[in-house]
Design a protein. Structure first.
Length: 451
């Protein structure tokens, strides 16, 4: 009996220590079993308390009266599957007649308290079937990406969502995106994760960094073109527009719209072209868009209009040509001048890190979801990297990118430097990478950089 007591004390002490210091380990060893048992035991009573049950049908009442049996109880949604994950539980429910997926979504906070979970979210899979995802601990406090992710061409895992799932940046589904965030909010780390994820792929990276290149030039070995000032950026964007027009001419020449060609084989963008003819897709990263929109005199105003016009044309027409925009900034609104609102309307993906005012959050989500605006302004200052990600459908998630140092991102880009394609239209803007550059050499269109 003494040995059993000692073993029990050791197990309890280990569980308490893991829950305090390593919540992920605690969940995998003890938490998942206890949580699953708690959900199954409390399920009927919790659903009844949360108003997620339906009264018995008339035929069941009639059958109970005919057989002189007790009145049947109200029925909760039927459990189709209970699946444990590395961060929580996934509960798939079949709704009863008369129930709605919104009822479950409205009760998620009560379910969180009743089941003793850290977070609960729900989504409708199909008519009558709802998936409830429950997390057992704060997965955003210490982000640990899963070892295996569903990586596809032009689809990059960049962060972890609060429900434990992976947040992907899918350029085929959401071609253009806007990322906002105040200073020291984690916006640069998010951008590094994005570049590091794109580096091993067959894609050309184009950067515009008007902070004299301090953010993107260390990663220059993987970039096909870089600009570090507004003048060079204007020329680079004009070159991208010219390439876009050339790609459209190629698509028209290869559309194959004869009567004997199946509908699925008719080319409408670069992904419909054969592999040997498909142009390399391009991701354009703009580090601080406000620097491209500000001006102090008439000449700078003309340059600014030229830049915004080119960005708007790429945002409206670039998807089919395989040109995707990733625009970052601290603020993005009508105060940046004409054309900005039109450009923002084309940026389907929205990500907002901690912002300094509600107006900045409205820039990202005001035309999408008021709830996302409220969530964005509530991000604490000590949680760098936490962001709200949404799209034009109105759906949004709280995410956090894993910390990636500049050195780690540089190493990844250097390792895949041979994958940076040489594009003729962008050749004048390709960064020059000598072995030992002069320390005092100014950055220009073909500036020497270190990496």
């Amino acid at each position: 009996m003494t040995a059993f007591t000692v073993a029990l004390v050791l197990v309890v002490a280990t569980a308490v220590l893991l829950r305090w210091r390593r919540p992920a380990w605690y969940w995998l060893t003890f938490g998942v079993s206890l949580a699953a048992l708690r959900v199954l035991v409390r399920y009927a009573s919790v659903m009844d308390a949360c108003g997620l049950t339906v009264p018995p049908s008339r035929w069941r009442l009639a059958l109970a009266r005919a057989t002189n049996r007790p009145v049947p109880e109200s029925r909760p949604p039927r459990i189709l599957r209970l699946r444990p994950t590395r961060t929580g539980l996934v509960l798939r429910l079949k709704l009863r007649p008369g129930q709605d997926a919104f009822d479950v979504a409205a009760a998620t906070d009560r379910l969180r308290h009743s089941f003793g979970m850290y977070g609960v979210t729900s989504r409708e899979l199909r008519s009558g079937v709802v998936e409830v995802r429950m997390t057992g601990y704060d997965v955003l406090k210490r982000v640990q990406m899963p070892a295996k992710t569903d990586t596809r061409p032009m689809r990059v895992p960049v962060a972890l969502r609060e429900d434990g799932s992976v947040h992907y940046r899918d350029y085929r589904a959401i071609p253009h995106a806007l990322t906002l965030g105040a200073t020291e909010s984690g916006k640069s780390v998010y951008q590094r994760n994005l570049v590091a994820g794109l580096a091993p792929m067959d894609v050309a990276l184009v950067g515009i960094d008007c902070k004299q290149g301090v953010e993107l030039y260390p990663l220059a070995r993987r970039f096909s073109a870089l600009a570090d000032n507004p003048d060079t950026a204007a020329e680079l964007l004009d070159a991208l527009v010219a390439r876009m027009e050339g790609v459209y001419q190629l698509i028209r020449a290869e559309q194959r719209i004869t009567s004997d060609v199946p509908d699925a084989d008719i080319a409408a963008d670069i992904w419909d072209l054969p592999d040997d003819l498909r142009p390399t897709p391009i991701v354009v990263l703009v580090d601080e868009v406000a620097e491209l929109a500000l001006f102090a005199n008439k000449e700078e105003e003309k340059r600014r209009d030229r830049i915004i016009t080119a960005l708007a044309r790429l945002a409206q027409l670039g998807r089919a040509a395989g040109i995707y925009l990733e625009i970052c900034g601290q603020r993005f609104g009508s105060e940046l001048g004409k054309g900005i609102t039109m450009l923002r309307a084309q940026l389907t993906g929205r990500t907002a890190h901690r912002v300094n005012d509600e107006t900045s959050a409205n820039m990202a989500f005001g035309d999408i979801s008021p709830d996302a605006v409220l969530a964005a302004i509530q991000i604490p200052a000590d949680m760098r990297g936490v962001a709200i990600a949404g799209d034009s459908t109105g759906g949004w998630h709280r995410i956090r990118a894993p910390h990636t140092s500049l050195r780690q991102a540089v190493n990844i880009c250097n390792r895949h430097a041979d994958l940076a394609p040489d594009l003729p239209e962008l050749a004048p803007f390709r960064p020059v990478l000598p072995g030992i550059p002069a320390a005092s050499a100014p950055l220009s269109k073909a500036a020497p950089v270190t990496a």
